[in-house]
Write a protein that binds this ligand. Structure first.
Ligand SMILES: C[S@@+](CC[C@H](N)C(=O)[O-])C[C@H]1O[C@@H](n2cnc3c(N)ncnc32)[C@H](O)[C@@H]1O
Length: 396
């Protein structure tokens, strides 16, 4: 393997991997929250930064009418939203219905006055059934919980874009660490089990206080919509009319036609035990999503062989839907597996090749290292935190 340092300012290292090059550089900023405010509406497990799809959409798409973009593992919808912001539309797929409930409203934002109008119409001060309050008692004051149940009931029957936007904003407020959340201090990214929350309360000597729901929704909505001029909001909604949200297994995305997609930007489930069901239990409750059927559908394995088989079938399906000359960008990380560091980019490159892709290159987005000198130390790079490894594949 030969190594060289490139003179180009954003490239730190080029590794010759045989049939392709692996390039480490600063392709987008390591700074947080630099993109459109709408992107930061909801946090989601293992999501990537909007800079990542932005970089590849600008690089590989040129015709907003013909160039459709797809994310087969859509998550919180960062790829489709960034595509829409740049004027492109396409597909966002995820086997988990939670994904669509987040991604659709982000692509179809409404104005603050529409949100205000709806909030002032909904009566949350009703005698809602709170018979299952015990499960939620470590998180919410009984009155906050009553309001959440009333909101949930309203949203079951009312499904305009404005209702769905309010639902998505409320989803983002369910639990977290500041006064802007409905819950007492908790973790923002995962719903911890009730017993764990009770322990947090004990350690912090805290009890859930009353947190009125409506003003928190309004405040967060204002922040999320802050970057929109009125005409931009309408423009985004117009582009997003062409989007299709699907809930297929990535191995068989049957409503996506052969050779229809120009660019895929995606991040598959990681090779770890992240539990997408347990870790979102409050979100599923709020959205009335049944979790038992999901257990069988969501792939979460820490077995490399099983993961590789799943990825082969998913890559084959990506190859089917891509146009000839189209590009698939697969973001993975490095993981510790049976005591060794495994670079999943090397595995994806090999699997991609085996199903018929060409490997264009692998990009490693350089983030922060504790010492500048570490930038040039390959070993440290492997251990470096927060790297995005992007395997760029093309369909012949
Ligand atoms: C790493 S996350 C993607 C995050 C996304 N890039 C974002 O920024 O939000 C992986 C996603 O794969 C989804 N997933 C798991 N198994 C799947 C399957 N068999 N088919 C499609 N999606 C699946 C999970 O629900 C999860 O949302």
């Amino acid at each position: 393997m030969s190594l060289m340092i490139e003179a180009e300012p954003n490239v730190r290292l080029i590794e010759d991997m045989g049939s392709y090059k692996r390039i480490t550089g600063e392709f987008w900023t390591a700074r947080q929250r630099q993109m459109h405010s709408i992107h930061y509406a909801v946090s989601y497990r293992a999501s990537f930064k909007p800079e990542l799809p932005n970089y590849f959409i600008r690089r590989y798409c040129s015709d907003p009418v013909k160039d459709l973009v797809l994310d087969p593992f859509g998550g919180r919808g960062t790829t489709i939203l960034e595509a829409n912001i740049l004027g492109y539309s396409g597909f966002s797929n995820d086997v988990n219905p939670l994904s669509e409930r987040i991604a659709y409203p982000k692509c179809r934002p409404v104005t603050i006055s529409e949100i205000n109008k709806i909030l002032s119409r909904i009566n949350l001060d009703v005698d809602a059934d709170i018979s299952d309050y015990d499960r939620f008692a470590p998180f919410y004051h009984p009155q906050t919980y009553r309001e959440l149940v009333a909101l949930k009931q309203y949203l079951r029957k009312n499904r305009t874009d404005a209702d769905r936007f309010i639902e998505m904003i409320a989803l983002s407020r369910l639990h977290g660490h500041s006064g802007g959340f409905f819950s007492v201090y908790s973790f923002p990214q995962i719903s911890v089990p009730s017993a764990a929350q009770a322990r947090i309360n004990e350690q912090r000597n805290q009890r859930p206080d009353y947190r009125p729901v409506k003003p928190r929704i309004l405040k967060k909505a204002k922040r999320v919509l802050a970057d929109f001029a009125p005409e931009e909001l309408a423009q985004l909604r117009k582009v997003a009319e062409q989007n299709v949200f699907t809930c297929h297994d990535s191995r068989c995305m049957k409503s996506i036609a052969d050779e229809s997609i120009r660019l895929i930007v995606t991040s598959p489930p990681f090779l770890n035990k992240a539990d997408y069901i347990q870790d979102n239990w409050i979100e599923y409750w709020f959205l009335n999503i049944e979790t038992e059927p999901l257990r069988k559908l969501i792939v979460q394995t820490d077995d490399l062989e099983e993961w590789s088989e799943f990825m082969i079938d998913s890559l084959r399906e990506m190859l089917r839907v891509l146009k000839s000359g189209g590009t698939a960008v697969i973001e993975v990380g490095e993981v510790r597996y049976r005591g060794k560091m495994v670079n999943l980019d090397e595995i994806i490159a090999e699997l991609g090749c085996s199903v018929g892709f060409n490997i264009v290159e692998v990009l490693i987005n350089y983030q922060q290292f504790t010492k500048l000198a570490n930038c040039f130390n390959v070993d440290n790079m492997k251990k470096g935190t927060n790297t995005n490894r992007l395997v760029v594949l093309s369909k012949p």
